[in-house]
Design a protein around this ligand. Structure first.
Ligand code: SAH
Length: 265
């Protein structure tokens, strides 16, 4: 998969994307990440990429000429998406959509933002990673790149691990949208906190039931909005979640049922 990123701080993106799974995917040729700096296409003596906003106001705005020139010089893979707090909210479904294609490109803003003609006449869309404002699009671009590339076949060592994560089975974006069950590793007892007995039982059917029930209970507790989007829990699922919570005596998992809350107080 080819991913082109346009940024006046290409080193920020390249450095982060050189380690871990992403770095390995690049070395193995699974991800072809190319960085382009619009400043190299600025033609004035100061190589300026920003200018004051028409209409006045604080801060500077990225000029269209160096950005158009930079993008046109490389004909990057489409869609070309502008990172913007005003964009469509990035989520796992969008990650899956991008992962299904051959490649895509990201344009990072800086200063107070980017001349509107870039969004309207050069880019194919705008993406926001959440309702907050960053200094620049680079951190947002990295969020998008990580979420997308871990869905590219071969990028994650264990193909299974992508399939059971939060926000949808297989990352296809239209699976069952649940948060992941809690995870534990050794030691079985740490400072007196025990790993749930079921996970040490070796009974795979029981473990699978426990994980599913914990995912249901946890999603009901923390992200009822995700459940509302799938029409809530079925009566069976409610019962599964309640049963696993009732079984949890002494566990560190936050209690949700009224009886457990009263036990704490
Ligand atoms: N004045 C703008 C913020 C500019 S922040 C506003 O009020 O919306 C500078 C750059 O950071 C933006 O051009 C964009 O590329 C990036 N950025 C900031 N917040 C972002 C977010 N939530 N998602 C994606 N990109 C963001």
């Amino acid at each position: 998969m080819r991913i082109d990123v346009f940024s006046i701080f290409p080193g920020l993106v390249d450095g982060f994307a050189s380690d871990g799974l992403l770095g390995r995917a690049r070395e193995r040729g699974l991800v072809d990440l190319r960085l382009h700096d619009p400043r190299e296409h600025a033609t004035d003596v100061h190589r300026s990429v920003d200018d004051a906003p028409f209409g006045g106001g604080a801060g500077m705005v990225m000029r269209p000429e160096p950005i158009f020139a930079c993008v046109e010089a490389v004909s990057p893979p489409r869609p070309l998406l502008l990172l913007s707090a005003a964009g469509r909210r990035f989520d796992q479904a969008t990650a899956a959509e991008l992962a299904a294609g051959e490649g895509f490109s990201l344009l990072c803003g800086r200063y107070e933002g980017v001349d509107q003609r870039v969004a309207e006449h050069l880019c194919d869309g705008e993406l926001s990673i959440g309702d907050y404002v960053l200094n620049g699009g680079e951190a947002a671009a990295l969020v998008v790149i990580e979420a997308v590339t871990r869905l590219v076949p071969g990028v994650m060592g264990n193909a299974e691990s992508g399939a059971q994560e939060s926000f949808g089975h297989g990352g296809d974006g239209d699976g069952d949208v649940l948060l992941e069950h809690p995870q534990y590793t050794r030691p079985a007892s740490f400072r007196g906190w025990e790993v749930p007995e079921v996970l040490r039982s070796g009974d795979h059917a029981r473990i699978a039931r426990w994980r599913r029930a914990m995912a249901l209970a946890r999603t009901r507790e923390r992200r009822p909005d995700l459940l509302a989007a799938r029409g809530g829990l079925t009566a069976d699922e409610q019962a599964e979640a309640d049963a696993v919570l009732a079984d949890l005596h002494g566990s560190s998992y936050p209690p949700t049922s009224p009886s457990e809350q009263s036990r704490e107080s």
